[in-house]
Structures are given as structure tokens and as C-alpha cells.
Ligand binder design. Structure first.
Ligand SMILES: Cc1cc2nc3c(=O)[nH]c(=O)nc-3n(C[C@H](O)[C@H](O)[C@H](O)COP(=O)(O)OP(=O)(O)OC[C@H]3O[C@@H](n4cnc5c(N)ncnc54)[C@H](O)[C@@H]3O)c2cc1C
Ligand code: FES
Ligand code: FES
Length: 1328
């Protein structure tokens, strides 16, 4: 066999040839290295979709071009020979955007923009295959893409403008051909439906480019003639072969028996990166036609082992039509389960064989392959002869990570037999998130019945119950011969299964009780499904209605917004984000996209592996020997002050003597490339002396481990309040952590200049912080450091202080080496190092009158601060200020205990303690309602603040519109009517329950530390009439810069397209406050406005003198008169003067208020849930930009939903983190949003607020309303418990994960499956 050593492919229409490429290079690294930086790195594990690109290939046997979306982070560069790679840059640019890019940008589908190219490419791949997708397909194509900012609704709306769906249920009822000038693109656009828009109106109409599939980049004709040839590439570490037929593969396997076969690389790519497993010889099997072919045989389906999951899905669809109905039970079950297999991108690349050989205990394929008795054909070359042996699936796996494949063998085909008459097969899956997640437990259940409904044969295979997929032989034997449909048999079967699966409390994977309940839940569903399908008995409607999986319809959303103030030209208009088009075309530059300079180096951080330990020795000697390594730096190398926190003094740049948490930075390796730096980093040896560690709040309380300050707030006399109360109740609730999961991880580039000057680019929320810290760390003055922030790919509070971990460490390296150094953290590093939202434990006591008036509320809460102080005490303080929620309580005593533990140092996160405070308060109200029998909303309404009342910190509530905002939501959501409907639904469904929750929130806007409420701006007018504005705020997706452009344009009375904003930088605007606390637009907006007003005043005489002249001419005239055309604006929030000690003075300039009503449905047999509908109304004041504000409302709400439902941080008992990436940590996906999502801005908003243009900060408040989903779930659980005559209050810890929902239903199955903790048993993971 002769091998070529040139890789040939096309990239965005241009031919590329690479001699002997490095087999270790991913397609992502390659495209970024050639300057195509629109494709982003978000996780490197196939879980976020930021790296999505499209690969086109031509199949000459079928004469068909296929287009697939793939995760470039897992695709080996060497695998793309003969293919056409299309990246975001290949489809359009700002000057000529692709219609997808244009619609996503103009319909507000891009905020921080880091995810946007990935979304564009997923949709692009869909419409390249099918220019007229249905709305369902348009939604489903994003199942591998995560967005942390938008809440998905605008992205889905943009995608649906390409849909041609005759079955749409929302908006249009007829064919909706994409056309020009059809309105805003939303299916229910007022322009399409001739809706009168005289009062509230939807977003303005947009003229879209028509989509014309004939204008797409063509498949290169030369590739159609391409004949694949065997290839061989090698580096010093890896040999890569690409055979092009089976014979070649078999002879290579005979020659290299230990070679690893590579197909989709979705398993190998992961173990190589995250488990450091080396594969010296790799044989790529993705281009072997024999392994991709399939055949309908008489008795079943023969599939080539390396068919991708997507190809199998297509074949299964055909098979379901090809075979007789009774033969397709297995194919249908497989089809169903594959819809929930990973994501489009993963299904497009991962293969049958890859999944079978990887042999994961939660494989979605293996249970069905087992229970269908599929047959695998194993093939090898034996003395030049091809030999195959059939192995039944039941004999293939011989144990955990073991199978009977010989080293010379490959898996060639998989034969899946047709089902028999009277065989029933179903597959089930429950995962942490419904879509795009691996199973917690899955099952493939099969029974064959005789004509009397007696079981002839049963086959029960379960994933997730052991280290490998296993059968339940006792249950199979028990059921054989029994009559299906007999309830007593079911009861006994459940008993046998419970005994068969003996999980211990500390079992690997945790969730012992839950996993057992899932086994029983699946069997119960199967039992009734077969009973019905086999016509054994009629099912009662309450059972029949609730045995299927929760299915989601196509989502829809509406946004009813206000109008700009009369007279405003641009302020208030819903214009799209100023960078949206650049973001959608991949042209927007983030830190790691800044072009590399000659001599630039890369930094990798060496971090602690221990939760609490003394550092005995640091030995970098092995690392320093690696070619390309330039240096190692630790505490002893810090020239100035070893402190990387700008707020407290207990966070070292490099730990000097002791580490306080896993992931704490100990040192920095600097090398020529990222790969070398990371390899060398793993060679730095640290010797520790381990010290006892504390992880949880309970351990901290037990050991009295607190940070020094204990903030408190009190009013009235709590004890007296209790004396006067008719009822007194006490309770305890807990909320979990939340990872920020901004899509761009922390990144920095530090460039040393002459004379000890430094320039730092970083993604941080406050440019002044790196400047101040780097100067102090290097021992130089602040005037030598310029800190620049162009844009940040999401932040949410997580880059306020934590971005300094990276920038200060790099500065030390750059100081010594005098070279620029860059670092962008990998996702797992970022999560392990940087801290999260604080978990809370709330202990409350409340006293109230018989008719529900709350007289006293005594609250102690404990928050887990982690290893160093950071902002923990401030979060506690702000939590106290929000602990009253929207209710007047005359006597309160609130105390916050900041716990010091040995998890990562927790930090600010959107809401800053307020979501937790609202959660505790509302939990208390629910519990009180359940105990007193008073309706919870009656309780709320009885205690709602009214105008003129004072908060516990003595702020008078004026302009208090909350009662009417709340009332509005109650009405528009038809709360009372739907409450009855929910009750009716619940009585008609045994295992499905619905819940409804309506609650209000208030959010004070201003920093409690008065000095922070200031901002500066600088505005220049150039002689051509163009305007450059700068301010101290940071653009992180929220649209701050866009609003600033609007304010400047309005104030100067110039067109917005003549105003520009480049970046935030400390040499332009100094001493900025952090962009946080929903104050960004208030502070910076007024500073910009003030600067513009100064300039307007200076130009006034010229405007009056030259009324007919253009702005350019006016400016020129002023210039010639030597008028200063540059102005500095400054603003400090008026009236803010709260004194904590005296508890007097104004704390907040105003409150942003809102209310929401959410309805959910839960599956009580699995714990799964869906949000059916949310109605939300926010009082925005007079919005600066309704579209951007709606974006904050939807995005904030969905982030709150994530915190309340699926986002769960879990640590191992030794302090290491389990949830280090999207595989284990599940933020909401596009199909987790409310199916019906209605947003309203409050139409009665006041105009007399002292903020800029009477607008209100909106970044954080909507997140608090995520609580409505939690409490709707709680309501549904209460209904489930009532069915079992359990009327005790629900104890539900936040987040309400599927596990918690299921367990809280507390029915007979849960009781039967309960796994008790034995003495000395340690849980597998803990929630801190
Ligand atoms: C983000 C993500 C989500 C996922 N979600 C799911 C999920 O929901 N459900 C699920 O079941 N799985 C899931 N997986 C796992 C995934 O399905 C498997 O990783 C995949 O099927 C492996 O296929 P591959 O072609 O990529 O294998 P590769 O990684 O290329 O190879 C895997 C193994 O198979 C061997 N192999 C490949 N072809 C052959 C052959 N012909 N003969 C012998 N050996 C061969 C390789 O040598 C290697 O040992 C997920 C993975 C990722 C990354
Ligand atoms: S970076 Fe590839 S999927 Fe996240
Ligand atoms: S816009 Fe999607 S992650 Fe920021």
C-alpha cells in the first residue's frame, strides 16, 4: 500500500493542501490558526456548539452532496481530506451578510455574540440540506448550541423565518414563504396579521434579504472528481493512517494491532484531552465505504459499523416504511431514543461502532442492541484472508470496559433483527436536561406475549445502573409465563426489580434512590403502554394520558413593548445591538481573536489539586526541560504585592504557603504555544501537606468557620411581633450554586512595552481593576498600565474580580520575559478556578395573624463563600437588603453569615444575593400557606408594599407601581382561570401534574457603596462631523454601547451612524466603576449625556448662526474659532447616602419591579418537566432601547430558570469538582424555555425617575423571576403528593433537578426504592 502525505481539502471555496499535518491538530485549532477566528472555542468537549462549522462531502455512489454541522473542537484536521469546510467567514460578512447572519443580528439573536457564529452555522447546515425546513426542524437544529445571554427566543424566531411549515400553530396559519419586506420576521408579526398597533407595539419592521439557495457557495467541482487515496501523516508522537477500503484497513490493523481506530473522534477526542490517554497509532475509518453501507435484509437491518448516528436515523425512517408494522418495534424505539442522542453535531459524526466500543454505561444504543439481540460482525485479516465472525450482542461485552474484540479485529456490521408478532419494544431515557444530555438511567424493554397475553420472553436492559449496561435477569425470569396486564403481577415485578438493583448510598454516579425509582418508573410506563398496545385492557384515562414522555411543541413568544418618548429621535427605539452583525459574521474580535504578534508566548496556570494544604515544595524542573518552554513563575517571582484582588487582600496571585481550594493558582508556565504550555504545566510537581477541609455550609457552621463580618439588618421588635402573632412557624431552605458559564472563558493578553509600560487586553467587567492590580503586583504606578476591553463574551458578575487571576499572573510572566503573553482558560479550568453564585441556607421564623398579615420575620442565612473573601460579605449584605422582597413586614431581623470553606472562592453573579433572598422568602410564604390553608397569593397580596411604606433600611417607596404590575400579570396570565384548569388537568392525569406560580419582585438599583455610583465619559467630535464616544462601562452583551450611542446621538442631535465607540480603556476614561448591579446604563449613560450636553452648548451659537448647514460644517466653523470639540462628562448618582450603622439615608435611586406567572408540567414517574407558559411584565421606566431590554428580560429569566432547575454544582468529598463542563453541568438549552413566552413592559411606567431618560436598569431583576418556575414545580409536586394523601409541606432544595422532583413526589415507588445511608458511608458527590 502506498500512502500520500498531503492533506487536500477546500476551505470556504479555496483549495488547501497541507504537507504532513500534525495528527493532533483539531479542525478548530487549524481554522483559528489561519485567521478564521469567527469559529470559537467554548468547551472543547462537543457540548456548547461555539465551534460549529459545516463540512460538505460528495458521495459518488449516490451522486449526492451532503452537508453536516460538526463540532470543530472534536474533528481531527486530518479527517477532512476531500471535503469542503465552510466556516462562518465563508458565508457572509458585514458588507454582504448571509440572510441567516442578517436575520439573527437584526432580530436581536446576538448579545455577547460569542455563541452566535455557532448558531448561524447550525442553521446554515440545516438550510443547505433543506431550504424549507419546518418550524420544528428549525428549533431542533440548535440542540447542540448553547447561549447564555439571549434566552434563545429571538434566535428561534430568526430561525423560524426560514421555516415553511403548513402546520404552524402560532402566528401564521398558511404557507409562510420567506420574502422581502414581510415584517419583523416573527410569525405573529403585526404587519402580517394586520394588527392595530396604536398602543403597544412589537418590534419595528425590518426589510430582510430574501433567501436564495442558488446563491450559496457551491461544492467545488474538482472535489466531485476526487478519488480518495490512502494517506499517512505523522508527528513525533502520533502516526495517522487513512485507508480508503476495508482491505486496506484490515491489513493496517494486522500490521498495527494496537492501533486505535478513529471514526467520529467524539470519544477519543474527549479521553485524549481530559484523561490524557495517548493514542500513538491512529487509523481513520471514516472514509471506508464498506463500513458505511447498509441493507434491508429479509429479517432485519444490516448497518455498516461506522455509519454515523444521523445516517442511522435516516435509514431507520426508511426501515419503518419498508417493513411490516409488527416488524418495526425495535426500529421505532431506536428512532425515538436517537432523537435525544447528544446533539445534531455529535450525531453527524459519532458512529455506531464508536458507541459500541466506547461501551459507556449510559449509551443510548447499547440497551436496544442488547434487548433486540442484534448481531455484530467482527472482521480481521488472517493470513491474508478476510475473516468475519458473528457475535450476538448479548455475548459481545464481557465486563466493564471489556469486549470480545481481538486486537486484529474491527467491527464491520451490526445486524438489528425485525421484531416478531406480539413483541413490544420501547426505549426510555431520563437525563439531567431533557435534550442534549446523556442518560442518568435509560432502558430498552422488550416483551413477547402469547395469544393469552402471557409473557413468552422478556428482555430488560438498563443503562446507568452499573459500570456497564446491564440486564435484569431476575425480573426477566420472574415475568416469564406471567400474565401481562394483571396489576398484582406488576406489583411483584416492581418488587423483584427493587431487590435486583441493590445500589448503595455511596454508589458511583450517586442518586441511588432516584436511579432505582427510574427503573421502576420505566417499567410502569412500559407495562401500561403494552397493556394498551396489545389490547389487553382499557386504561383509565388518568393513566393513559400520562404514560408517554413529556413532549414539547414548537415554542412561541410575544413581546409587547412601549413606545419611545414623544420627541425622541433615537432613544427608546428598539434598534439592534451595534455589534450584532459583526458577531453574526464572526468579525467581532474577542481577546483570543486578537492577531498574534511575533514572539508572543502562551501562559498556562498551574493550580492546586488539593482543597486545603500547605505547599511544601514546587518543582518545575521537568516542565522547564520541555522544548519551547520559556519559564515558570510563582510567588517568589512577584516583583510587587502578591495580591490579585482589588477588593480584599486574601487572594494571592500565586499561592505562597497554603492553598485554600482546588484550582487556586500556584504558578505560571510560559511557552511558545498553548499546547506546549499545557503539556509542561502537567509536569510541574507540587508537594503538599494536606490539612482538614470544609466544603459545605453545614460543616462551616459546625466548625464555626466564617469570614470576619456578619452583616445584619433589623427593624421594629421581632420578639414583640411573635408575641402578637396567631401563628408562628419555622423552617429551613437551601439554594445551590450557579456557574456563570459565560461562553467566552476568562482570557487575557499582556504586552510589555518600553519604560515598564504594560498594555493589557482582558475580558473583564471593569478596565480599572486590571490596571490597578497589575500596577500593584508589578510594583509600578498605575499610569504605566493601560487596560483595554473591547467586548466580553458574557460575564454575569463572573468577570468582576476573577478575570484578575489570569491577567495578574500573565503580567508577572511578561515582566520577567519582556514578551507578550496570552492565555484563554479552557472551560474546565475556568469552572474549577473562578467561583460561582453563592449557595444559601436560610433558617426562618415567621409570625402572622390569623388573616395572614405578617408581623415578624426573623431570618438567618448562611452563604458558602469558599476559600477567599472576594465579594462574599457584600453578597450577604445585598441579600439582607432584598430579604423583605415586595412585602411590608413591620418587625424584621436579618443576619447573614458568610461561611469560609475550601471550595473555589464564590463571587458575584447576576442578582448578587437577591435571587437567593427572594427564594427563601417565597419558600417561607408557600410553607406558611400550606400550614395555614391561606392561599399563597392571598398571603402575598395581603402583605404587598404600598406607596409610601418604608423598607427595613428605611427607604420610602415612592413611584411604587409594583401592585399594579403584579395585578397586570395576574390578569394577562388569566391566573384564576388557569388555576382551575391546572386542578382539572391534575385530576385527570395520574403521573403528570401541572403547577402554577405568580410572584412579584423588586430590585433596588444603585451600588450600596455610595462612592461606586460615579462614572466618566469622553466625547470627541472630529472635523468631518463624526463623533467618538468613550465611557468606563464594559460591553458584555447587554447592549450598553448601543444605548450609549443612542444617548449621544440624541444629545448631540446627530445621526447614530456618525457616532462610534471603540473600546473601554483606562487611558481614555479613568477610575471607572465596575459594570454591574444593573447600573451600567444609568451611570455611563448620564456621563455620556453630560459630555454631549457640554459640546451641544459649545456648538449652540454655531447651530443658531448656521441653521441650514450640515453638522460637519458647523463643527468646522467652531474649530476655526478654536472651540474645544472634546468634552469630559461626569456623573454621580444623586441622593444616594445610606449609612449602614445608623440605617438611614437613601440606598437606591429607584426600584425596577416586575412580576411573572409560570406554568409547568412534571412527569412524576421520572422527574422530567417542561415550562408550558410564562407571562412576565417588567416596569422598565422609559426604556432606552426596548429590544435590548427585552433581551435582558428573556435572557435573565432563562438564566434564573437554569439556577432553579437543572444547574447543579457537585463536588467530590475531596474537594474536586464533578461539574467541570457542559457534559455534567447543564445550563438551559433552546428547548428548555417556556413553550409560550410572553413578555410585557409595563405601560404605566413613570417619567419622573431621576435616571437617564427615566430609564431603569434591567440586567439583573428578571433573573429573580426564574423563581416562578421553581415554585410552579413545587406546586405540581404538592398536587402529586395530595394524590397520595400526603399533605405535608414539600421540602424542595433549589435547584429542582429531575432527581429532586421525583423524590419530592414521595409516592409508594419512592418509599420502596429508598436507599438509606449506612454508618460511615460517604456520598459520591456533595452539593456545597
Ligand atoms: C457532547 C457529547 C454528547 C454525547 N451524548 C451521548 C448520548 O446522548 N448518548 C450516547 O449514547 N452517547 C453520547 N455520547 C457518546 C458518543 O456517542 C460516543 O462518544 C460516540 O458514539 C463514539 O463514536 P465515534 O465515532 O465518535 O467514536 P470514536 O471516538 O472515533 O471511537 C471510539 C472507540 O470506537 C473504536 N472504533 C471506532 N470504529 C470502530 C470499528 N469499526 N471497529 C472497532 N472499533 C472501532 C475506536 O477505536 C475507539 O476506541 C456523547 C458524546 C459527546 C462528546
Ligand atoms: S467548543 Fe466545541 S462544542 Fe464547545
Ligand atoms: S449571545 Fe449567546 S452566549 Fe452571549
Amino acid at each position: 500500500m502506498t500512502f500520500g502525505n498531503k492533506l487536500r481539502f477546500f476551505l470556504n471555496g479555496t483549495s488547501v493542501e497541507i504537507d504532513n499535518p500534525d495528527p493532533d491538530t483539531t479542525l478548530l485549532n487549524y481554522v483559528r490558526s489561519v485567521g478564521l477566528t469567527g469559529t470559537k472555542l467554548g468547551c472543547a468537549e462537543g457540548g456548547c456548539g461555539a465551534c460549529t462549522i459545516m463540512i460538505s462531502s460528495y458521495d459518488n455512489t449516490l451522486d449526492k452532496i451532503s452537508h453536516i454541522s460538526v463540532n470543530a473542537c472534536l474533528t481531527p484536521l486530518c479527517s477532512v481530506d476531500g471535503k469542503h469546510i465552510i466556516t462562518i467567514e465563508g458565508i457572509g460578512n458585514v458588507k454582504n451578510p448571509h440572510p441567516i447572519q442578517e436575520r439573527l443580528a437584526l432580530l436581536h439573536g446576538s448579545q455577547c455574540g460569542f455563541c452566535t457564529p455557532g448558531f448561524v452555522m447550525s442553521l446554515y447546515s440545516l438550510i443547505r440540506n433543506n431550504p424549507n425546513p419546518s418550524e420544528e426542524e428549525a428549533e431542533e437544529c440548535f440542540d447542540g448550541n448553547l447561549c447564555r445571554c439571549t434566552g434563545y427566543r429571538p434566535i428561534l424566531d430568526a430561525a423560524k423565518t426560514f421555516a415553511n411549515n403548513t402546520n404552524v400553530t402560532n402566528g401564521l396559519s398558511e404557507n409562510h414563504e420567506p420574502q422581502e419586506n414581510v415584517g419583523c420576521g416573527k410569525t405573529d408579526c403585526c404587519k402580517l396579521n394586520n394588527i392595530d398597533t396604536t398602543f403597544n407595539h412589537n418590534f419595528s419592521q425590518i426589510n430582510f434579504k430574501k433567501y436564495d439557495a442558488t446563491q450559496e457557495l457551491i461544492f467545488p467541482p474538482s472535489l466531485m472528481k476526487y478519488t480518495p487515496e490512502p494517506l499517512h501523516f505523522h508527528s513525533s508522537k502520533i502516526k495517522w493512517f487513512r485507508p480508503v477500503n476495508l482491505d486496506q484497513l484490515l491489513s493496517l490493523k494486522a500490521e498495527y494491532p494496537n492501533a486505535t481506530l478513529v471514526s467520529g473522534n467524539t470519544r477519543i477526542g474527549i479521553v485524549t484531552k481530559f484523561e490524557n490517554i495517548k493514542h500513538d497509532v491512529q487509523i481513520y475509518v471514516g472514509d471506508i465505504p464498506e463500513l458505511k453501507s447498509w441493507e434491508f435484509k429479509e429479517d432485519g437491518l444490516s448497518l455498516g459499523a461506522n455509519m454515523t448516528i444521523s445516517q442511522v436515523q435516516d435509514v431507520l425512517k426508511e426501515a419503518c416504511n419498508h417493513y411490516k408494522p409488527h416488524q418495526i418495534q425495535i426500529f421505532e424505539a431506536l428512532s425515538e431514543i436517537l432523537k435525544r442522542f447528544a446533539s445534531n453535531q455529535i450525531r453527524n459524526t459519532s458512529t455506531l461502532a464508536g458507541n459500541i466500543i466506547a461501551n459507556s454505561s449510559t449509551s443510548d444504543l447499547i440497551p436496544l442492541l442488547l434487548s433486540s439481540k442484534s448481531i455484530f460482525s467482527l472482521t480481521s485479516l488472517q493470513s491474508t484472508l478476510k475473516k468475519s465472525r458473528p457475535i450476538p450482542s448479548v455475548s459481545f461485552w464481557t465486563g466493564f470496559n471489556q469486549d470480545c474484540l481481538e486486537s486484529s479485529e474491527i467491527l464491520e456490521t451490526i445486524f438489528i433483527p425485525c421484531s416478531n408478532h406480539d413483541q413490544y419494544v420501547r426505549a426510555y431515557k431520563q437525563s439531567k436536561r431533557h435534550y442534549g444530555a446523556r442518560a442518568i438511567v435509560n432502558a430498552a424493554l422488550s416483551v413477547s406475549l402469547d395469544h393469552n397475553s402471557h409473557v413468552q420472553e422478556a428482555f430488560f436492559a438498563f443503562g446507568g445502573m452499573s459500570g456497564a449496561v446491564i440486564r435484569a435477569p431476575n425480573a426477566e425470569n420472574f415475568i416469564a409465563g406471567k400474565k401481562w396486564g394483571d396489576e398484582n403481577v406488576l406489583k411483584q415485578l416492581i418488587q423483584v426489580l427493587c431487590e435486583e438493583f441493590q445500589l448503595s448510598f455511596s454508589v458511583t454516579g450517586g442518586m441511588a434512590t432516584y436511579r432505582k425509582t427510574l427503573v421502576v418508573g420505566f417499567i410502569t410506563k412500559f407495562w401500561y403502554d403494552v397493556t394498551k398496545s396489545a389490547n389487553i385492557a382499557e386504561l383509565s384515562p388518568d393513566i393513559e394520558n400520562s404514560i408517554g414522555e413529556i413532549k414539547r411543541g414548537v415554542s412561541k413568544g410575544s413581546q409587547t413593548i412601549g413606545r419611545p418618548e414623544k420627541g425622541n429621535k433615537i432613544v427608546g427605539k428598539p434598534i439592534s445591538h451595534a455589534s450584532a452583525m459583526k458577531q453574526a459574521t464572526g468579525e467581532a474580535i474577542y481577546v483570543d481573536d486578537i492577531p498574534r504578534t511575533e514572539g508572543e508566548l502562551y501562559g498556562a496556570l498551574v493550580t492546586s489539586q488539593k482543597a486545603h494544604a500547605k505547599i511544601l515544595n514546587i518543582d518545575p524542573s521537568q516542565a522547564l526541560k520541555v522544548p519551547g518552554v520559556k519559564g515558570f513563575f510563582s510567588a517568589k517571582d512577584v516583583p510587587g504585592h502578591n495580591c490579585c484582588s482589588h477588593m480584599t487582600h486574601d487572594q494571592e496571585v500565586f499561592a505562597s504557603k497554603e492553598v485554600f481550594h482546588v484550582g487556586q493558582v500556584i504558578g505560571l508556565i510560559v511557552a511558545e504555544t498553548k499546547k506546549i504550555a499545557q503539556e509542561a504545566r502537567d509536569l510541574v510537581k507540587i508537594e503538599y501537606e494536606e490539612l482538614p477541609h470544609i466544603l459545605t455550609i453545614d460543616e462551616a457552621i459546625e466548625q464555626n468557620s466564617y469570614f470576619p463580618m456578619t452583616p445584619q439588618l433589623a427593624r421594629g421588635d421581632v420578639e414583640k411581633g411573635f408575641e402578637e402573632a396567631d401563628y408562628i412557624f419555622e423552617g429551613e431552605v437551601r439554594s445551590g450554586a450557579q456557574e456563570h458559564f459565560y461562553m467566552e472563558t476568562n482570557a487575557s493578553l499582556v504586552i510589555p512595552k518600553e519604560d515598564d509600560e504594560f498594555e493589557v487586553h482582558s475580558g473583564c467587567q471593569n478596565p480599572a481593576a486590571p490596571q490597578e492590580r497589575i500596577a500593584d503586583v508589578l510594583g509600578i504606578s498605575a499610569n504605566k498600565v493601560i487596560s483595554r476591553v473591547k467586548r466580553v463574551g458574557g460575564s454575569f458578575g463572573g468577570k468582576e474580580s476573577k478575570s484578575l487571576y489570569v491577567s495578574t499572573a500573565l503580567a508577572v510572566g511578561a515582566w520577567h520575559l519582556r514578551k507578550p503573553i496570552r492565555c484563554m482558560l479552557d472551560r474546565d479550568e475556568d469552572i474549577i478556578m473562578t467561583g460561582q453564585r453563592h449557595p444559601f441556607l436560610g433558617r426562618w421564623k415567621v409570625g402572622l395573624t390569623k388573616d395572614g398579615k405578617i408581623l415578624a420575620y426573623d431570618l438567618k442565612f448562611y452563604l458558602n463563600g469558599g476559600g477567599t473573601t472576594d465579594v462574599t460579605v457584600v453578597v450577604a449584605q445585598i441579600g439582607l437588603l432584598a430579604a423583605d422582597g415586595c412585602y411590608y413586614i413591620p418587625n424584621v431581623r436579618f443576619i447573614g453569615y458568610p461561611c469560609k470553606t475550601n471550595i473555589f472562592s464564590n463571587t458575584g453573579f447576576r442578582g448578587f444575593g437577591q435571587p437567593q433572598a427572594v427564594f427563601i422568602l417565597e419558600s417561607m410564604l408557600y410553607e406558611v400557606a400550606e400550614r395555614t390553608g391561606i392561599d399563597v397569593n392571598e398571603l402575598r397580596e395581603k402583605n404587598l408594599y404600598i406607596e409610601g411604606q418604608k423598607t427595613p433600611y428605611n427607604q420610602t417607596l415612592d413611584n411604587w407601581l409594583l401592585p399594579s404590575v403584579y395585578q397586570q400579570v395576574k390578569e394577562i396570565s388569566e391566573f384564576e382561570k388557569r388555576k382551575k384548569e391546572v386542578e382539572e388537568f391534575n385530576s385527570n392525569n395520574k403521573w403528570r401534574k401541572r403547577g402554577l406560580s405568580l410572584l412579584p419582585i423588586k430590585f433596588g438599583v444603585s451600588f450600596p457603596a455610595a462612592f461606586m455610583n460615579q462614572a466618566g465619559a469622553l466625547v470627541h467630535i472630529y472635523l468631518d462631523g463624526s463623533v467618538l464616544i468613550s465611557h468606563g462601562g464594559v460591553e458584555m452583551g447587554q447592549g450598553l454601547h448601543t444605548k450609549m450611542l443612542q444617548i449621544a446621538s440624541e444629545a448631540l442631535d446627530v445621526p447614530i451612524n456618525t457616532v462610534h465607540l471603540m473600546e473601554s480603556a483606562t487611558n481614555i476614561v479613568i477610575n471607572s466603576s465596575v459594570t454591574a448591579g444593573s447600573t451600567g446604563s444609568d451611570l455611563n449613560g448620564y456621563a455620556v449625556h453630560n459630555a454631549c450636553k457640554i459640546l451641544t452648548e459649545r456648538l449652540k451659537p454655531y447651530r443658531e448662526k448656521m441653521p441650514d448647514k450640515s453638522f460637519e460644517e458647523i463643527v468646522k466653523a467652531a474649530y476655526h474659532d478654536r472651540v474645544n470639540l472634546s468634552a469630559n462628562g461626569f456623573y454621580k448618582t444623586p441622593d444616594i447616602c445610606h449609612n449602614f450603622e445608623k440605617n438611614e439615608g437613601k440606598m437606591y435611586l429607584y426600584y425596577t419591579t416586575g412580576a411573572a406567572c409560570s406554568e409547568v408540567e412534571i412527569d412524576t414517574l421520572t422527574g422530567d418537566h417542561t415550562i408550558l407558559r410564562t407571562d412576565m411584565c417588567m416596569d422598565l421606566g422609559r426604556s432606552l432601547n426596548y429590544a435590548l431590554d427585552v433581551g435582558q428580560i428573556e435572557g435573565g429569566f432563562i438564566q434564573g430558570v437554569g439556577w432553579c432547575t437543572n444547574e447543579q454544582t457537585l463536588h467530590f468529598p475531596n474537594g474536586n469538582l464533578l461539574t467541570t463542563g457542559p457534559d455534567q453541568y447543564k445550563i438551559p438549552g433552546a428547548r428548555d424555555i417556556p413553550q409560550d413566552f410572553r413578555i410585557y413592559t409595563y405601560e404605566g411606567a413613570k417619567t419622573n425617575i431621576k435616571s437617564i431618560h427615566s430609564s431603569k436598569g434591567i440586567g439583573e431583576p428578571p433573573l429573580l423571576l426564574g423563581n416562578t418556575v421553581f415554585f410552579a414545580i413545587r406546586d405540581a409536586i404538592t398536587a402529586a403528593r395530595k394524590c397520595n394523601n400526603n399533605n405535608t409541606p414539600v421540602v424542595l432544595r433549589l435547584p429542582a433537578t429531575p432527581e429532586r422532583i421525583r423524590i419530592a413526589c414521595d409516592d409508594e415507588i419512592v418509599k420502596k426504592c429508598k436507599v438509606e445511608k449506612k454508618d460511615g458511608e460517604v456520598p459520591w458527590v456533595i452539593e456545597p
